[in-house]
Design a protein around this ligand. Structure first.
Ligand SMILES: [Zn+2]
Length: 454
């Protein structure tokens, strides 16, 4: 029975590739407010073409959420979370082809959003299309929740979800979609880190001053550098008072899961072109640090003159953008308060915190949940190798919103692979991964009713 549908997927591969192309041709840059309404409308049309009903639901203060629904037989209801927005494509000169003119070549689809997250959305639509074409009614009902500002931290998503809780009620949830690791094992990701994003600003003289005045005019760039240097030590330990207070100790099941993840420290060094990793972590220590520890990261730092040649000034302002990735049970508002208190205590009350986003809390689903067991069985069947259960991802997606507001277990499956360059120039997916990802979804749909008896 699954052979028929697998054959259908292979025979319709070109059509399914074109679905990704169609989505990626439409820019949808949430950071710049570009093309969001148009993309929501395109997504709604594509949901309808896949046989689902589609609604574009307004979001107060942000781009709309697209809800799709398709009822099936008696199985548990599966919620797909995806997002239709993408990261800005910059730096444009590093793209080998224009980011919003998808290039299909050498077994890949290259475009901004190809992996994050339009390829994953297209795979889910393709799974529905294939199932309906071959077998008709779905074995279980599905609901889509497709938001438009994930890439800027989903600032309005929690409130939206709280207000529309009953419209997205489901038994289980698949998150936006990640992919296989370097050994071809599907990574089933059970959690996400939280996020606090904040800007630090120091104001200096009323104008840029001739640098001979550096004798007596305080330099805001130095103030900022000194303030930043109090936040973290060279051993990577974050020094903000109380920062680690709410970090939950990992469970035995989570630690056991870490032991089974193949080492990727060498891959990380190679892919990102660095000769060493922080604290030279390897093996399980790499995973423990990468997945279970919070961060304090400088995303951007700017002050004074940075153009060609010399310009001798004492600048008027200095600014840094920071992000903190949080782990359970740290809370964004609490971390922001602790940062403010830390700066004040260390004599940096002149450092202004601006641009703080509402932040996102972290969340994890336990590795021993029955839905996780089902996802793992299906992955081994389709990929031919056991999956890797990741207790969490190192990045942030609105998983806490889904998990806490809807009370569902959240797992993950996707069409990416480690070198797919999400958020970077030449983002792409491999078509083979994409097709396998569609097959995984149809088998999962097929097996979903068995969850009732587990
Ligand atoms: Zn992203």
């Amino acid at each position: 029975m699954l052979d028929d549908i697998f054959r259908y997927i292979d025979e319709h591969a070109d059509e399914f590739v074109q679905d990704v192309v169609r989505l990626c041709q439409q820019p949808s840059i949430s950071a710049q407010g570009v093309g969001l309404q148009e993309t929501a409308e395109l997504v709604a049309r594509m949901l309808e073409e896949a046989g689902a009903t589609a609604e574009i639901l307004p979001v107060v203060g942000g781009p709309p959420v697209v809800r799709g629904a398709l009822s099936g037989r008696a199985g548990p209801t599966l919620l797909f979370y995806n997002h239709y927005d993408v990261q800005p494509p910059d730096p444009l000169e590093e793209w080998q082809s224009p980011p919003f003119q998808p290039r299909v070549a050498e077994g890949k689809i290259v475009a901004r959003g190809a992996s994050d997250n339009k390829g994953n959305l297209a795979a889910r639509l393709a799974a529905l299309k294939a199932w309906r074409a071959v077998h008709g009614e779905l074995p279980a009902s599905v609901i889509f929740c497709i938001e438009g500002e994930e890439e800027v931290g989903s600032p309005h998503f929690l409130r939206f979800l709280q207000e529309h809780r009953d419209r997205f009620a489901a038994d289980v949830c698949l998150n936006e979609g990640f992919g296989v690791n370097s050994r071809g094992q599907l990574q089933i990701i059970l959690g996400a880190k939280g996020l606090v994003y904040v800007e630090l600003e120091v104001q200096g003289p009323a104008l840029d001053v001739h640098s001979s005045w550096a004798t007596v005019i305080p330099n805001p760039a130095w103030r900022l550098v000194w303030a930043l240097s109090t936040l973290k030590g060279p051993d990577d330990r974050i020094l903000i008072e109380g920062f680690y207070d709410d970090v939950r100790l990992p469970s035995a099941a989570e630690l056991a899961a870490l032991e089974q993840i193949p080492p990727e420290d060498a891959v990380a060094r190679q892919v990102y072109g660095v000769s060493r990793l922080v604290n030279d972590v390897t093996g399980v220590d790499f995973w423990r640090k990468h997945l279970l520890e919070p961060t304090c990261n400088i995303c951007g730092l700017v002050s004074g003159y940075t153009g060609a040649g010399a310009k001798t000034i004492t600048p008027r302002t200095a600014r840094a953008k920071l992000d903190f990735r949080l782990v359970p049970d740290q809370r964004p508002d609490d971390i922001l308060q602790k940062l403010r208190r830390h700066l004040d205590r260390h004599g940096f009350s002149d450092v202004i915190l601006t641009g703080a986003l509402e932040g996102e809390p972290p969340a994890r689903t336990p590795p021993d949940h029955p839905f996780v067991g089902l996802c793992a069985e299906v992955a081994e069947q389709v990929y031919g190798v056991p999956p890797v259960i990741m207790p969490t991802m190192a990045a942030t997606v609105p998983m806490a919103q889904l998990r806490e507001t809807l009370g569902v277990p959240v797992a993950d499956a996707g069409v990416g692979y480690p070198d797919n360059r999400i958020h970077a120039p030449n983002e792409h997916i491999r078509i083979a991964d994409y097709l396998t990802g569609i097959k995984y979804l149809v088998v999962l749909l097929d097996r979903l009713p068995s969850l009732r008896t587990r």
